[in-house]
Write a protein that binds this ligand. Structure first.
Ligand code: C2E
Ligand code: CA
Ligand code: CA
Ligand code: CA
Length: 280
């Protein structure tokens, strides 16, 4: 039995080593990816209900590895956060998205997405001078601040005073602030008092079971009341069916995002996109 235990421990260690090696390989490849055009942004529509109008878009990064093909951000963003590579990577994402947003304004005018949302990691927020960098990117690209939304997770803001101060400085530029994955963290409601949020994104995990009489329907209903009371804009995330959209609309939600409306798409597909109308 003793030998067996030891064997298990050895196997476990080898597996950990393998995973660590795999991650440092990815980290090294990611460094090259930024310089050699392997990364691009897709944009997922955020629609207003029931009208079926485009309200905004969320930028989502994609990596096509030269040998391994597509690698999901869920796999490489956490690595980039650990190694610090998210700082240059995030700066590139912010610049690309702002450039694209300015192009849409130029080319589409009134039909341009009213807001372009960029995900920002805790690590980026903690970097001194991040708000200054946002300001510089807005100036370089000529994008009006109110068109940009910076999206952060509650954990990122809860992370400490430095992140919150940086977020307040970004809000002071006139940029909108969205709280991502709302309700999945530890401090959700308390955070609303201290954080300069304009938009609250209700996490997919709450949306999933609302049409099946699931227990989260109560949470989703309560959150729209909180948002209305605090003058926050609520966006329901991960809406996959017409039934979910109809139920959210019935509950008073005006903004939604999810595969029912559209998957993330290349920038040049946004102009032709027409969201489905939500019927009760
Ligand atoms: P997130 O910010 O919560 O983004 C939403 C994710 O849910 C996206 O996955 C999107 O494609 C997916 N999604 C949207 N609607 C639906 C739906 O109806 N059903 C389902 N099953 N999924 C839906 P994606 O693009 O794979 O991104 C995963 C996560 O990676 C993001 O979660 C975000 O945390 C991170 N990420 C992606 N792009 C960036 C980026 O540019 N910067 C940073 N810092 N993180 C990013
Ligand atoms: Ca997000
Ligand atoms: Ca989210
Ligand atoms: Ca998420």
């Amino acid at each position: 039995a003793k030998g067996q235990g030891k064997g298990r421990r050895v196997a476990y260690t080898a597996e950990m080593d393998q995973r660590t090696a795999e991650q440092s390989r990815l980290a090294a490849d990611l460094r090259a990816a930024l310089d050699t055009d392997q990364l691009r942004l897709l944009y997922q529509p955020i629609v207003s209900m029931p009208g079926g109008e485009l309200y905004g878009v969320e930028a989502l990064v994609r990596w096509t590895h030269p040998e391994r093909g597509p690698i999901s951000p869920g796999a490489f963003i956490p690595i980039a956060e650990r190694t610090g590579q998210i700082v240059p990577l995030g700066a590139w994402i912010l610049e690309q998205a702002c450039r694209q947003a300015a192009t849409w304004l130029d080319e589409l005018g009134d039909a341009a997405p009213r807001t372009v949302t960029v995900n920002v990691s805790a690590r980026q927020l903690r970097e001194a001078g991040f708000a200054g960098e946002v300001d510089a990117v807005l100036r370089r690209t000529g994008l009006p601040p109110h068109v940009l939304t910076v999206e952060v997770t509650e954990t990122a803001v809860f992370d400490g005073g430095a992140a919150l101060a940086e977020l307040r400085a970004i809000a002071a530029l006139g940029v909108s602030i969205a709280l991502d994955d709302f309700g999945t963290g530890h401090s959700s409601l308390g955070l609303l008092r201290s954080c300069p949020a304009d938009i609250l994104k209700v996490d997919k995990s709450f949306i999933d079971d609302i049409t099946e009489g699931g227990q989260h329907a109560v949470v989703v209903a309560a959150l729209i009341g909180i948002c209305d009371g605090l003058r926050l804009r609520a966006v329901a995330e991960g809406v996959e069916t017409a039934e979910q959209a109809a139920e959210l609309h019935r509950l008073g939600y005006r903004f939604a995002q999810g595969f029912h409306f559209a998957r993330p798409m290349p920038a040049d597909a946004i102009a032709a996109y027409r969201p489905p109308v939500v019927s009760r």
